[in-house]
Design a protein around this ligand. Structure first.
Ligand SMILES: Cc1ncc(C[n+]2csc(CCOP(=O)(O)OP(=O)(O)O)c2C)c(N)n1
Ligand code: SF4
Ligand SMILES: [Mg+2]
Length: 351
């Protein structure tokens, strides 16, 4: 229950990261989601990723919309800034916050209903603007919070718990993010933490719009035979194109691998994405090839996962707009008031 505080007691031998925090320091309140809900596994992966990256919790802003998925920021990063927005409006609030203060790490958490149905316009524009953020959609194919109606990501022909087949075409948010220009794109599965934690770490280290679609089964309304978002279905149809390690800039690189099996991509912050190729021909730097493979495999009922696209040279909205680096609330009169002469010049240019 959210009103039950977790005990503050930490066992003295709990492992600490480089800035002295235990994993517990990255947790939030006790989850109220259904036992077995995929969303709780994603929260655990976020905790693990932030702990491993030595992120200072108070330098993170977590934002969400409405839904079971959008409730989850209460259950992780209890010492970070949080903003639970209106349904489908997380991207615009995140964009505004990011423009006002670029020194924080922005983590947007949403659902397939929140982002692919009511919030689709907001999703589209935040991605195409290149807002520097990690945008996670916890994708279960239904509106879990309002009792299991199909969302826009539900596959045509997939069957609801009550036996009704979905007649609408699905919307694939990964393909959309590729088309819209996101510069780091991955698909994960809440049942595969070993794959998901590095995907989140790489996204946190990325500059630009990072988008992660995480298939996250709803055990209450969409985990039966006939669903393409159930644990069984995704386990049976998960085609991972690669496995990734994220090596922070400060770490020594000790192991060398054979050519052909490995691909190394260095990001702007110096972190290294080391990819073990499971599909030898897959190159996550090729946007068009990524779209083709995802669509081909989807037509065959397969779910392609892994790091699907990355542009390590990407920039972000601040670079496009040439904004000041300092947070707006730290600017004083000297920076904000250009003076009479400058104002007169501006006014004259407008006459
Ligand atoms: C403006 C508005 N319309 C509708 C709702 C009702 N509503 C609440 S959550 C939700 C869908 C949530 O689905 P999703 O984002 O997939 O989250 P999940 O619960 O599946 O994790 C809806 C339609 C609302 N809260 N506000
Ligand atoms: S209703 Fe579904 S999405 Fe919501 S908490 Fe329960 S299992 Fe998770
Ligand atoms: Mg949902």
């Amino acid at each position: 229950m959210t009103y039950l505080a977790k005990p503050k007691f930490h066992h003295p031998t709990l492992a600490r990261n480089a800035i002295g925090f235990t994993r517990r320091d990255y947790e939030g309140a006790i989850s109220t989601l259904c036992a077995g809900c995929g969303h709780d596994s994603i929260s655990a992966a976020i905790v693990q990723a932030c702990w491993e990256l030595d992120i200072q919790p108070h330098r993170v802003a977590k934002l969400s919309g409405i839904g079971c998925s959008s409730k989850t920021p209460t259950y992780f990063l209890g010492q970070s800034h949080g903003f639970n927005t209106v349904h489908g409006r997380m991207p615009s609030v995140l964009t505004g916050a990011n423009l006002a203060n670029r020194t924080l790490t922005y983590l947007g958490v949403s659902g397939d209903g929140d982002s692919a149905s009511i919030g689709i316009g907001q999703f589209v524009h935040a991605i195409r603007r290149g807002v520097d953020m990690v945008y996670i959609v916890e994708n279960n194919g239904v509106y879990g919070l309002t009792k299991g109606q199909f969302s826009a990501t539900a596959d045509r022909g997939s069957v609801s718990k009550k036996g009704v087949a979905n007649s609408d075409s699905p919307l694939d948010m990964v393909t959309m993010a590729l088309q819209l220009g996101a510069s780091y794109i991955g698909r994960g599965f809440s049942g595969d933490k070993a794959q998901l934690v590095p995907l989140i770490k790489g996204a946190l280290a990325h500059r630009g719009a990072a988008f992660l679609d995480v298939i996250s089964p709803c055990v209450a309304f969409n985990n039966h035979a006939g669903s393409t978002k159930s644990y069984d279905y995704v386990r049976a149809h998960n085609e991972a194109v690669n496995r990734m390690d994220v090596i922070p800039a400060r770490a020594q690189i000790a192991v060398e691998y054979g050519e052909g099996r490995m691909l190394e991509v260095r990001q702007h912050d110096g972190s290294l994405l080391r990819l073990r190729k499971l599909d030898a021909g897959y190159d996550p730097r090729d946007r068009i090839a990524a779209m083709n493979l995802i669509q081909q495999r989807h037509a065959q009922g397969e779910v392609v996962t892994g790091l699907l696209y990355v542009d390590p040279e990407a920039d972000d909205l601040h670079a496009h707009l040439d904004t000041v680096a300092a947070p707006l609330n730290t600017l004083g009169t000297a920076e904000l008031c250009p003076g009479r002469a400058a104002l007169e010049r501006i006014n004259a240019s407008l006459r």
